[in-house]
Design a protein around this ligand. Structure first.
Ligand SMILES: [Zn+2]
Length: 277
């Protein structure tokens, strides 16, 4: 832990490239009862009639099965709305209060729990369920129609819901503003360039509850290292970041649960600020 303390103090004393950035994924929401996407407990495995995410969570599948996909999204929406932010979410919200604009949060989660916990400075790189956009060409991002209600797994869409899910410009289906498995990161939906800029200006990047299975998170960690920042990977096991981080002088691998480490990090940051570092 001494090494962590040193890093925190060094970053606090820097004049530039001194952001504290937290990159979070499904692991942080698992304690709130939101199942992760992958693994034996994954949402795609448990409790649904759907199977492989690579097949179902795609634009290609949506184009042919819009109602079925929306039905599933509204099922998931209900589950997420019933979940509550946990201790780790609360600590991150607290850290934003303590650090002000030096705090950044990049999340792969679309579950809105960070926002509900009180965080504001959030880059949602996989999009979110609060917004929709045209599934064809119209560019505007709209708030999700407010007549849509959360669904049980086999519950069908009502007529008024189907009607409100049509693009006001062209009449085609609206889709959620999220990143599907067969899509690429961009700036409009995914804040790709903004999040890489944040990575560049980070004195330290903490990785919390994500294994880095997609390419942007890995690129974020690589960017922070490239511009002289530290990367702290808090994961209970080896993952996609491990190859990048092992043997790097400015990388620390902490093989403990992030819910155990986050309170220690928060305490240390508070202490260092109190001492006027
Ligand atoms: Zn349209």
């Amino acid at each position: 832990m001494n090494q962590l303390n040193d890093i925190i103090e060094e970053v606090l004393s820097k004049d530039k490239r001194n952001k504290f950035t937290f990159l979070t994924g499904a692991g942080i929401s698992a304690d709130s009862g939101v199942p992760t996407y992958r693994g034996s407990d994954g949402i795609w495995v448990k409790g649904t009639r759907y199977h492989k995410p690579e097949e179902f969570g795609t634009y290609k599948y949506f184009k042919e099965n819009q109602e079925e996909v929306w039905q599933y999204i509204l099922f998931r929406k209900k589950m997420i709305e019933n979940a509550k932010p946990n201790e780790s979410h609360k600590i991150l919200a607290n850290l934003e209060k303590i650090l002000g604009d030096r705090f950044h949060l990049i999340t792969q989660n679309i579950d809105n729990l960070h926002r509900r916990a009180g965080n504001k400075n959030i880059y949602e790189v996989h999009g979110n369920y609060r917004e929709v956009k045209c599934s064809v060409d119209c560019k505007e991002i709209l708030p999700i129609p407010n007549n849509l209600t959360g669904k049980d797994i086999e519950e069908e869409l009502r007529k008024d819901e189907i009607d409100s899910l049509k693009c006001p410009e062209c009449g085609n289906w609206l889709r959620p503003n999220i990143l599907w498995f067969d899509e690429y990161y961009d700036e409009k939906t995914n804040k790709k360039f903004s999040s890489l800029k944040v990575a560049k200006n980070s004195g330290v990047l903490f990785i919390v509850g994500t294994s880095g299975a997609t390419n942007l998170p890995i690129e974020i960690a690589r960017t922070t290292l490239k511009y002289g920042g530290y990367v702290v990977d808090m994961n209970i096991e080896d993952n996609h970041f491990t190859e990048l981080l092992k043997d790097k002088k400015r990388a620390i691998i902490v093989r403990e649960r992030s819910s155990d480490i986050l309170p220690i990090i928060k305490e240390q940051i508070e202490k260092s600020i109190e001492q006027g570092v």
